[in-house]
Write a protein that binds this ligand. Structure first.
Ligand code: BES
Ligand code: MN
Ligand code: ZN
Length: 507
């Protein structure tokens, strides 16, 4: 779907999309359209439940006296309550409705929304919502009938601030390219995306200026990554550790010191990349196991984030690391009772081979800290089913050793509609993973499963490094459409981390 920006004015073809507020108050564009079609909007409102409330839509097909094929009136609710996400949702909802109606072209007449808001930015935000909602993963559907396919080919925003809007949209489109890259790779089936093919996709990012390093099993063995390697040992696919670097703030200068100057330290983002999680020998039940193709969602976010940063030329140095493995049962698979030695030197007794994500992250986190001495670490992982019990699909779980970092991430998330909810860490929880046989075990008891998983990760964070863990198991995949997120892979985390880096690490 093509997005464009033009001067205000009624279009001569396709649908016209206009806005209204509470109590059926029409925007200037809506009033203009109403007059052009002889009061069709006023009459339709009088004969419907449409009140201009947030999310309400009134559709008028084939209005008289005008060339447009239909009028869509989008409710925005009360003026004082309209925020960025509402403007974005407006674009997204319009696209969904027009595709359902079979429309080919649409023009949104967007007047300035109140005096406090930036009209150019709002036009860009509405376009962003439209763009994000138009995403579709249909490459394996060969038999779709034309009436099952989306029809909308063009979405135009008409605004007096169209020049500023176009400029603002270029940056948002760069971020959206990262969101789409994540949705694409997370949606792929697990026979297509496995550790090595994941790496192949990441290599496309070198075109944008991202540097890539890949460690195979031989290299990881040399480094002593027994925790990650143990998870992958039952798979015929080779495990991989993928490192992506974006040096948008300039290459760090080697000064002959062991630890780089604070300004040169990168931000590090680490993703769980279990390309399929059967559970291993502690095998999962069959029902719903296909969902475990998206157990690489954290790694998928890292790849999309790196693309977004490079596409918008972010002025920050960021290292993205993905621990990529397939967790399979096999004659060579890891057993409950096995003891593995992680790169950190700490030993782990495997109690449940299905608690594999933390094992992968343990070595990925340690390797990243040893190699890059990051100034802050965020990891993302579809780590526990328990986080879905706690928070459902509304918030991702946030765990951190740093209040400032927690605040920053929560703020960034709420401004882009990717909400976080912080859960506690503490010694009493940490005790749950103490072990008789080794330094720790890979599961706690039945209580507080998401917290004990986070405690496990914290044992691999070096002293003094601000770290946050996002448990995204409940938000990586959506079974329902949201205004700017169609059902399927959400890419939750890409926009949040892009915003966080822009706000905190590009100053
Ligand atoms: N990948 C799963 C967690 C998960 C569950 C993600 C549902 C998305 C949806 C993870 O590897 C896992 O299996 N965790 C176990 C841990 C348990 C064995 C301690 C779980 O949550 O049951
Ligand atoms: Mn598992
Ligand atoms: Zn898993």
């Amino acid at each position: 779907m093509k997005i464009s920006f033009v001067k205000p004015g009624l279009p001569s073809k396709g649908a016209v999309v206009v806005t209204a507020f509470d109590n059926r108050k029409l925007s200037a564009g809506a009033a203009e359209a109403d007059e052009a079609c002889g009061g069709a909007i006023t009459r339709a409102m009088a004969n419907s439940r449409f009140k201009g409330g947030k999310g309400q839509i009134l559709e008028i097909a084939a209005p008289a006296n005008v060339d447009v094929s239909r009028i869509l009136v989008m409710g925005l609710g009360a003026l004082k309550d309209i925020g960025d996400l509402d403007v974005e949702a407006l674009g997204g909802r319009a696209v969904a409705r027009l595709n359902a109606s079979g429309e080919g072209q649409a023009t949104l007449l967007l007047d300035p929304i109140g005096e406090a808001r930036d009209a150019g930015r709002d036009a860009a935000l509405a376009a962003l919502g439209a763009h994000l909602r138009s995403y579709r993963f249909d490459k394996y559907r060969t038999k779709e009938k034309p009436e099952q396919k989306p029809t909308l080919k063009g979405f135009t925003v008409a605004s007096a601030a169209h020049t500023a809007a176009k400029k603002a949209f270029a940056e948002l489109e760069a971020i959206a390219s990262g969101v789409f890259a994540t949705r694409d790779i997370v949606s792929e089936p697990p026979n297509v995306i496995y550790p090595e093919s994941f790496v192949e996709r990441a290599k496309e990012l070198t075109k944008l200026g991202i540097e890539i390093d890949v460690l195979g099993e031989k290299e990881m063995k040399k480094l002593g990554m027994g925790a990650l390697l143990g998870v992958g040992q039952g798979s015929t696919r080779e495990s991989q550790l993928l490192v992506m670097r974006w040096n948008g703030a300039g290459k760090p200068k080697a000064k002959g010191k062991a630890k780089p100057a604070k300004a040169d330290q990168p931000v590090m983002v680490v993703g769980k990349g279990v390309t399929f999680d059967t559970g291993g020998i502690s095998i999962k039940p069959a029902g719903g196991m296909e969902d475990m193709k998206w157990d690489m969602g954290g790694a998928g976010v890292v790849i999309g984030l790196m693309r977004a940063l490079a596409a918008r030329k972010a002025k920050a140095n960021v290292v993205g690391i993905c621990g990529l493995v397939e967790n399979m049962p096999d004659g060579n698979a890891q057993r409950p009772g096995d003891v593995v030695t992680s790169m950190s030197g700490q030993t782990i007794e495997i109690i449940n081979t299905d608690a594999e994500g933390r094992l992968v992250l343990a070595d990925a986190l340690w390797y990243g800290q040893e190699t890059y001495k990051p100034k802050a670490i965020v990891d993302l992982a579809t780590l526990t089913g328990a986080i879905i019990i706690s928070l459902g699909h509304e918030h991702a779980g946030l765990f951190s050793n740093d209040d400032g970092l927690s605040e920053q991430l929560t703020t960034a998330g709420s401004s882009v509609g990717e909400k976080l909810w912080r859960l506690p860490l503490g010694e009493a929880y940490d005790k749950q993973i103490n072990c008789q046989v080794a330094d720790m075990k890979n599961t706690g008891n039945r209580s507080a499963g998401s917290i004990t998983a986070a405690q496990f990760l914290q044992r691999f964070i070096q002293k003094g490094t601000p770290w946050a863990h996002l448990d995204i198991a409940g938000v990586t995949w959506s079974n329902e459409d949201k205004p700017s997120v169609p059902k399927g892979a959400t890419a939750f985390g890409v926009r949040l981390l892009d915003r966080w880096i822009a706000a905190e690490h590009e100053k």
